[in-house]
Design a protein around this ligand. Structure first.
Ligand SMILES: [Cu+2]
Length: 210
């Protein structure tokens, strides 16, 4: 019982840890450098696995820069005139809501061409979803494992009574066949027994006589 509670608690922990793995990741753009000129955001983004639901946090001095999400062509042209969104509050948090590439530039003249541009390739959330699904089955078998031993226990238990009954029948059968040879042997042995009985009786008679 205690072990079952422990395994259930462990399964719950696995589920929680699996769920936490799905939780969106928050990325601080440029890390400690923040959103500024002279940083290399291509290098910063390389190797990172962005997924739908993740957030980008741009840190900069309010009003000194902007965070403009733009199209691919505007990203290439460093044009923010048709920005999809723009913010200059100093702390811009962008949630990556759709899969595919997202383009961000600074709208301040010269900053984008100077390197203040970021592209992130966002993977669909469906890809990380199987990962939590995988840990989920793992606790399920774990919970089943204690149940499985229980089931075999009851199964053999029911089989055990049936086995002796059938074996009892089989033992009865040989016993019946044994009876037949015994009957045959008893008739043949009967003469021997009678002879022995007569010998004993005669011996007893001899003892009595003396
Ligand atoms: Cu700027």
């Amino acid at each position: 019982m205690a072990s079952r509670v422990t395994s259930l608690a462990f399964a719950a922990l696995l589920l929680v840890s699996g769920a936490s793995a799905v939780v969106a990741t928050q990325y601080t753009v440029g890390d400690t450098s923040g959103w500024t000129t002279g940083a290399d955001y291509t290098t910063w983004a390389s190797g990172k696995k962005f997924k739908v639901g993740d957030t980008l946090v741009f840190n900069y001095a309010g009003g000194a820069h902007t965070v403009d999400e733009v199209s691919a062509s505007d990203y290439a042209a460093c044009s923010s005139s048709k920005a999809l969104s723009s913010d200059s509050t100093g702390t811009t948090t962008v949630t990556l809501k759709t899969a595919g590439k997202h383009y961000f530039i600074c709208g301040v003249t010269g900053h984008c061409s100077g390197g203040m541009k970021l592209v992130v390739d966002v993977a669909a959330a469906a890809a990380p979803a199987p990962a939590p699904a995988a840990p989920a089955p793992t606790p399920t078998p774990a919970a089943d494992t204690p149940d499985t031993p229980d089931a075999p226990d009851t199964t053999p238990a029911t089989k055990t009574p049936s086995t002796p009954s059938s074996s009892g029948e089989t033992t009865k059968t040989p016993a019946a066949t044994d009876v037949t040879p015994r009957a045959k042997s008893s008739t043949s042995d009967a003469t021997g027994l009678r002879a022995a009985a007569w010998a004993v009786l005669s011996l007893a008679g001899l003892v009595v006589m003396f």
